[in-house]
Design a protein around this ligand. Structure first.
Ligand code: ADP
Ligand code: F6P
Length: 319
């Protein structure tokens, strides 16, 4: 293999740059040239290829976002767009592709691999942590630290005013971010799409907390379960004390990656290149336990990752 390409696609995630750096640097130590494709599948179709050298990726590991930029590209979902993309890969003499992104991006990678037999390897990067075949996606740890920090700050003002805060976090259809941030901030309740919400039970819990002398109440709600406004509407009149809403939004996707994300991205980016060298295509490099494991795209994408519901029990028991 003499020349490969790398792209980032879908929602950005902190640590994507560390993964790009690993791909470029590991490949160059193996004598492989690397091209970066700008703006994910959009740049693949629009022929936005840039050569990346060992030196070009210096100093990017600590940067949030992605230097290759990213996009959501509807055109790649139809045959004409996919064919244009494939033609561009062939035009540049690309022999293998590393796609860094979430489940949508990996679905695109699987299409390249399965429909066109193009050597493609995936690297999971998404704050949602909703991808099978890996315990953690790149960006999740940084996101959780951002959310934890924000909720901790909200607790200060919630205590001062003796208020309840409904905090809406991202995650698309997954409750992972809400659940973990609820546990690590000791929030009273977590509302996630995986568990039907019982507003009366949540209200009872908040009222019980007040009886025990708690002066703040935090409810973390996953965007995929309900909007913070809906939750507040149900709860405020049941609990009878002042409620405020905070929607954390895209702040959750920004910032310099944590050491965990930098290490994970370095390991996965390196393994993705090695996988191409090994001739093992149509797979995603993921973290299982403390090992890097390659899983075929079919298995990764067969179903949505299930949340470990014992963690929901833990959140309830400890709050
Ligand atoms: P993420 O990768 O973060 O989950 P999206 O779900 O938006 O983000 O997917 C990113 C991009 O991946 C899409 O905009 C599209 O270009 C590509 N993609 C998603 N699903 C498919 C599909 N079924 N076929 C081809 N490409 C797809
Ligand atoms: O997939 C990452 C994510 O941040 C989801 O948690 C969220 O639902 C979505 O992307 C938001 O997408 P956009 O940035 O296009 O608004």
């Amino acid at each position: 293999m003499k020349r490969i390409a790398v792209m980032t696609s879908g929602g950005d995630a902190p640590g994507m740059n560390a993964a790009i750096r690993a791909v470029v640097r590991y490949a160059s130590t193996k004598g492989i040239e690397v091209y970066g494709i700008m703006r994910g599948y959009a740049g693949l179709i629009d022929d936005e290829f840039v050569p990346l050298t060992f030196k070009d990726v210096g100093g990017i590991m600590e940067k949030g976002g992605t230097i290759l930029r990213t996009a959501r590209c509807e055109e790649f979902k139809v045959e004409s767009g996919r064919k244009k993309g494939l033609q561009n890969l062939e035009k540049h003499g690309i022999e293998g592709l590393v796609v860094i992104g979430g489940d949508g991006s990996l679905t695109g990678a699987a299409v390249l691999s399965q429909l066109f037999d193009f050597p493609t390897v995936g690297v999971p990067a998404s704050i949602d942590n909703d991808i099978n075949g890996t315990d953690m996606c790149i960006g999740v740890d940084t996101c959780l630290n951002t959310v934890m920090d924000a909720i901790q700050k909200l607790k200060d003002t919630a205590s001062s005013h003796e208020r309840a805060f409904i905090v809406e976090v991202m995650g698309r259809n997954s409750g992972y971010i809400a659940l973990i941030s609820g546990i690590v901030t000791g929030s009273e309740a977590v509302i996630i799409p995986e568990i039907p919400v019982d507003y009366q039970a949540v209200a009872d819990k908040l009222l019980m907390g007040r009886k025990r002398g708690k002066i703040n109440s935090i409810v973390v709600v996953a965007e995929g379960a309900a909007s913070a406004y809906t939750v507040a509407r149900y709860l405020e009149y049941k609990i009878g004390y002042e409620t405020r809403i905070t929607i954390l939004g895209h702040i959750q996707r920004g910032g310099s990656p944590t050491s965990f994300d930098r290490l994970l991205a370095s390991r996965l980016g390196t393994d993705a290149v090695q996988s191409l060298i090994d001739g093992e295509y149509g797979v995603m490099s993921g973290l299982q336990g403390n090992k890097i494991v390659r899983t075929p795209f079919e298995e990764v994408l067969r179903e949505r990752k299930r949340l470990d519901l014992s963690l929901y029990e833990l959140a309830n028991v400890l709050s």
